[in-house]
Write a protein that binds this ligand. Structure first.
Ligand code: ADP
Length: 296
């Protein structure tokens, strides 16, 4: 049955209907910045608009960039969305819509999308990694998200890779995302060059041979590759899929990550890394798939 997917981001709310593996009726609007009830109103309006167009779409999935309560009814916090702290999202939307709503974390939704309809399609196990403002991941086994006992499985950005290193937003030193996210690369490049340098500019300068920029970028890619080689040893998935704004750099990003992953795979097993295929649609598609797996 067709399912509605909603991807709530810090700047925009995107939606669409997944019908037979195809995303239709794409819609985008700015995320309200007046508090979470307004965001829920906007989501409900998008759902109603899509239902007018696709009357048999009765399942709704919503992806949100932040950790969820264990029962996946509340968003604990979403740092990039104004006023999004302890939000009763499922209850609030079900009240507004009179429909069953499924909530999913955005990285896990993207992981589901890439596993079913993207770069990891046809595999029995995959790990999706997003390298963007932060670093997140989703583990898909047998077509379903692996959540773990507390729902934290996939918190790759918060894995400690350098005790004593920079402190992350979660308050721990040496987490992968404090060293290798887009934010970390811009921070380190800005420090090294003593001026404001964006992540994209750091990559451009590195490609042009700027020694300090190269060092910053190379170290970040190295840490990501090492992390993937560790995950290979822990989980041994068939493939890794990497997406997110930083991965959109393309060849230079993937070559650097693959080289480090190969180096640290050592004698164990090769690390297969693919580029995400669904781009900006991954969140919407994944939210719809989550609804299809668990809805009504
Ligand atoms: P979000 O983190 O909100 O999901 P993105 O996936 O777009 O958003 O990731 C944003 C991060 O990606 C920022 O750190 C940004 O600097 C970085 N980024 C975006 N485009 C590029 C690019 N072309 N090259 C390198 N970094 C990029």
């Amino acid at each position: 049955a067709p399912a509605i997917g909603i991807d709530v981001g810090g700047t925009k709310i995107a939606s669409g209907v997944l019908i037979g593996g195809e995303l239709r009726g794409r819609h985008v609007q700015p995320t309200p910045e007046t508090g979470w009830p307004a965001v829920l109103d906007a989501i409900a309006a998008q759902v109603q608009g899509l239902q007018a167009q696709f009357p048999d779409a009765a399942r709704v999935g919503v992806g949100v960039p932040g950790p969820l309560s264990l029962d996946r009814r509340r968003v604990k916090f979403a740092p990039n969305i104004y006023g999004f702290t302890d939000v009763p999202l499922v209850e609030g939307l079900e009240e507004r819509l009179g429909l069953r709503v499924v909530l999913e974390n955005d990285a896990k939704a993207a992981a589901l999308a890439e596993a079913h309809l993207g770069a990891a399609r046809g595999t029995g196990s995959s790990v999706y990694v997003t390298v963007s403002t932060g670093i997140g991941a989703g583990i898909v086994l047998g077509g379903r998200i692996w959540r773990g006992r507390h729902g934290i499985a996939g918190e790759l950005g918060h894995v400690t890779v350098m005790p004593g290193g920079p402190v992350s937003g979660a308050g721990l030193d040496g987490a992968l995302e404090a060293i290798a996210s887009g934010t970390a690369i811009a921070r380190d490049a800005s420090y090294a060059l003593n001026r404001d340098v964006s992540t994209a500019e750091a990559f451009t300068l590195a490609a042009g041979g700027h020694p300090a920029a190269r060092r910053v970028v190379d170290q970040a890619l190295r840490h990501i590759g090492v992390a993937l080689s560790d995950l290979q040893k822990l989980l041994d998935p068939e493939v890794f899929v990497i997406g997110g704004g930083v991965a959109s750099v393309g060849d230079a990003f993937f070559e650097g990550v693959q080289a480090a992953a190969d180096e640290y795979a050592g004698p164990f097993a090769p690390v297969t890394i693919r580029r995400a295929q669904l781009g900006g649609d991954a969140g919407v598609i994944g939210a719809a798939l989550a609804a299809g797996q668990e809805g009504a």
